[in-house]
Design a protein around this ligand. Structure first.
Ligand code: C2O
Ligand code: CU
Ligand code: CU
Length: 483
């Protein structure tokens, strides 16, 4: 079925259930607007959020979730739901050892929950799916920032509606620094750039279209064009020097295999939970929904006038989209570039499987429920009142995810970071062996074993598939850390 047929077939459904995606006049034009030629617009850099106030220990922020009108496609205004009305939201820059307190006000017509993805956060500030902020209400989230420097992101997590809310624009970066990371000679400041890669569909009026159907609940929603920091396949003018890029797969479902068009490797320095033990040169890097990588690209190796495209080699997405963005080398470095990638980054010890006291297995499968095939974990749908695992504080556990379904599932575990022991019995290759909170469980009977220790926080959290349509249709379970 073509996208056009898909839209015509489900026009009624979309019009009725998702009025917020229609134009202001209520007229929904469901024919998707064909993508423009790539590399027509510059890369936007989301602004850094300034604290409302600060004291010795804490920075206090205020954010309002609200409707915004933004120019995403040249010459068209798109209605988004955004943190401070922006898409992506403003970037929060935090420092280990300093608390960040974020007061979120919900001026949108639906209930919201703000989750800090990758945050080692007590449950009351984690942004759990049922910890909702009603329209007109506010909630204050406290982030202790007692974890290693990493690229985190915040996004909506309202139960059953996360996919649509995030798609409407409710996502932003949360960059955590620490002293050790700052002591390394990596590119910093303006040469440290976060890139949120997301796919979207627009109609001819410029409105976002979220085609949630019986089919896309199963496949996940794929957009027909890629946005980076809210701009369609942008270009980015760079100097002949090293740049650090924090790349987030902020797409609802799509997976990316990032690579450079000239065949040069990407030098990976970090993953979800922060720096790797050592940098690794990789010809391509696979990033599933919710995962982050950090890479350094040395543009000094290219003559002025060179363009390098960040490619997506993945061919499982529908439609396939090969170009992410383009780097244009347009000037010499403003000052001598003293940054470099050291041979060692952050010392990281592998946790021995012998340290684990408990092993748990979670099987991802398709189950018939009310006449419909639906994704489940151990045959069960999410039930907010059921707790499927009760790990003990400071204990180490091995969790095994078994994929008995016809589709890959990027699994995400709240609260702590994990090490991958193996995928189908094979230890992870360098780059995938860092601290992870999201990892793909591959199709075709894939088995992933991860090991982690439940430190600091007691209480309830969730684990779920980060294909957001799967999550919203109950591919999730509760766990509770107990004393
Ligand atoms: Cu990025 Cu529980 O989500
Ligand atoms: Cu999360
Ligand atoms: Cu899934």
């Amino acid at each position: 079925m073509t996208l056009r047929q898909l839209f015509l077939r489900f026009a009624l459904l979309v019009t009725c259930t998702v009025p917020c995606l229609a134009g202001d006049d209520g007229a929904t034009i469901l024919t998707p607007l064909p993508p423009n030629a790539p590399f027509q617009v510059p890369l936007p850099i989301p602004p850094t959020l300034q604290p409302t106030s600060s004291d010795e220990t804490t920075d206090y922020y205020d954010v309002t979730m609200q409707v915004g009108q933004v120019e995403i496609l040249p010459g068209k205004l798109t209605t988004i739901w955004g943190y401070n009305g922006r898409y992506p939201g403003p970037t929060i820059v935090a420092h280990r050892g300093r608390r960040a307190v974020v007061r979120q006000t919900n001026n949108l017509p639906e209930s919201m929950s703000v989750h800090l993805h990758g945050g080692h956060t007590p449950p009351e500030s984690d942004g759990l799916p049922l910890d909702l902020i009603g329209p007109g209400a506010m909630k204050t989230y406290t982030y202790p920032n007692n974890q290693e420097a990493a690229t985190l992101w915040y996004h909506d997590h309202a139960v059953d509606a996360t996919g649509r809310h995030a798609y409407m624009g409710l996502a932003g970066f949360y960059i955590l620094h620490d002293e050790y990371e700052e002591s390394l000679p990596l590119p910093r400041g303006e040469n440290d750039v976060a890139l949120a890669v997301q796919d979207r569909i627009f109609d001819y009026s410029g409105a976002l279209v979220y085609p949630l159907t019986d089919t896309t609940i199963r496949t996940g929603v794929y957009g027909d064009r890629l946005l980076v920091n809210g701009a369609p396949q942008p270009y980015f003018q760079v100097a002949r020097q090293k740049m650090r890029f924090r790349i987030l797969n902020g797409s609802n479902t799509r997976q990316y295999i990032f690579a450079l068009s000239n065949g040069d490797p990407l030098v990976q320095i970090a993953t979800d939970g922060g720096l790797l033990g050592a940098p690794v040169s990789r010809p391509s890097i696979t990033v599933t929904s919710g995962e982050r990588i950090e890479v350094v690209i040395d543009f000094a190796q290219y003559p002025l006038g060179t363009s390098v495209i960040l490619k997506n080699l993945d061919t499982t997405g529908t439609p396939v989209i090969a170009d992410v963005m383009r780097f244009d080398v347009v000037r010499e470095a403003d000052s001598p570039d003293e940054s470099y990638v050291p041979k060692k980054l952050r010392p990281m010890e592998r946790i021995s499987p012998k340290e684990a006291t408990v092993n748990r297995t979670f099987t991802l499968q398709q189950t018939l429920y009310k006449g419909r095939q639906i994704w489940t974990i151990n045959g069960q749908l999410y039930d907010p009142t059921r707790v499927d695992a009760r790990p003990k504080l400071n204990e180490t556990e091995i969790w095994t995810f078994v994929n008995n379904s016809g589709q890959s599932h990027p699994m995400h575990i709240h609260d702590i970071h994990w090490q991958i022991i193996d995928v189908n019995g094979v230890p992870p290759e360098p780059g995938d062996d860092g601290w992870k909170d999201t990892f793909n469980v591959p199709v075709g009977g894939g088995v992933v074993r991860v090991i982690g220790t439940f430190t600091d926080n007691l209480g309830g959290y969730v684990t779920h598939c980060h294909k957001l349509e799967h999550e919203d249709h109950a591919m999730m379970f509760n766990f509770a850390v107990e004393p």
